[in-house]
Design a protein. Structure first.
Length: 298
């Protein structure tokens, strides 16, 4: 056990100074201080601490070499303070679901960071049998590629809602290359249907290569398991050098504009980035299985 003291944890665009009691790779307690404890202490005062990020990426190399995967994960994830990769298998027919999920698992078997696998489907594949198959495999998210509004009208939503229960993997819209005006109308239609039919869903697209927000992490069942620093959670965090020029700080601006200040990334208690040196441990990542999407009340 040891203590991280004077940690400036970034939460809701504010810095909260506290101390963390660490046991193995988990946070055992968070308090203002642990003066009675005679333990090794790490002073985090010069830094801003954030949970490590979860990023969505559809560009995971599946057919390439180990070197291709290593380069991709270092450049797009580890150097950016991300220790969980969110991706999806592209499904065209229901019968290929299991095979495509296994292929993605195999492609990521040597990943040093955790990963979560959803599916991407065309709108016409939103069927009772397909949704039941996803529920059986505990698929945490179903990305729906939408071409036009008419597709959405053809889906038997009442039956779909029943087929989803009780696992309730959220449906996440992916708008195909439509004009901006059309895309806005399709998204509006999507939101209306999802709310009216009470379907577990996100009402807007999830941006790739950008830290997933807490509401999105919660919807897919990853929060507070990932993307948080609280009692009982895994010890996965980033340390950024503090500076006077960093004002109105939030995770998005740190990620996009102050990546040069990222000095340490820790994944489940192990350092994976120190300065610009990446400690790449093949196979150290695990396929994160979601128990229940949206189970944590925000």
């Amino acid at each position: 056990m040891y203590i991280i003291e004077n940690a400036n944890i970034l939460k809701d665009k504010e810095l909260h100074t506290c101390s963390l009691l660490i046991n193995d790779d988990r946070i055992t307690a968070i308090q203002t201080g642990f003066k009675r404890y005679q333990l090794i202490k790490m002073n985090a005062e010069p830094y801003i601490m954030t949970p490590s990020y979860v990023l969505l990426s559809s560009k995971v190399p599946q057919q390439g070499s180990f070197q291709d995967l290593k380069t991709c994960i270092i450049e797009h994830f580890l150097l950016k303070g991300c220790t969980t990769l969110f991706t999806y298998a592209d499904i065209t027919y229901e019968k290929e679901l299991t095979e495509k999920i296994k292929a993605m698992e195999t492609a990521l078997i040597s990943s040093p960071i955790d990963f979560i696998i959803g599916v991407k489907i065309p709108a016409h594949l939103i069927t009772i049998s397909f949704i039941r198959s996803c529920k059986k495999l505990k698929i945490p998210a179903i990305f729906v590629e939408i071409q036009d509004q008419e597709e959405l009208e053809k889906v038997p939503w009442g039956w779909i809602r029943e087929a989803m229960f009780p696992f309730n993997s959220p449906l996440i819209p992916l708008i195909s290359s439509l004009q901006k005006k059309e895309a806005k109308a399709v998204m509006s239609k999507w939101k209306d249907i999802m709310q009216r039919e009470k379907i577990p869903a996100l009402y807007e697209e999830v941006e790739e290569n950008k830290p997933l927000s807490i509401p999105v992490l919660n919807k897919i069942g990853l929060y507070p398991q990932k993307g948080s620093l609280m009692n009982g959670t895994e010890l996965s965090y980033n340390l950024y050098l503090k500076g006077r020029e960093i004002k109105n700080v939030d995770e998005a601006s740190l990620f996009h504009y102050h990546s040069d200040r990222l000095v340490v990334t820790v994944h489940k208690g192990m350092v994976v980035l120190s300065g610009k040196k990446v400690l790449f441990k093949p196979g150290n990542g695990e396929h994160v299985k979601v128990r229940t999407p949206s189970y944590f009340s925000l």
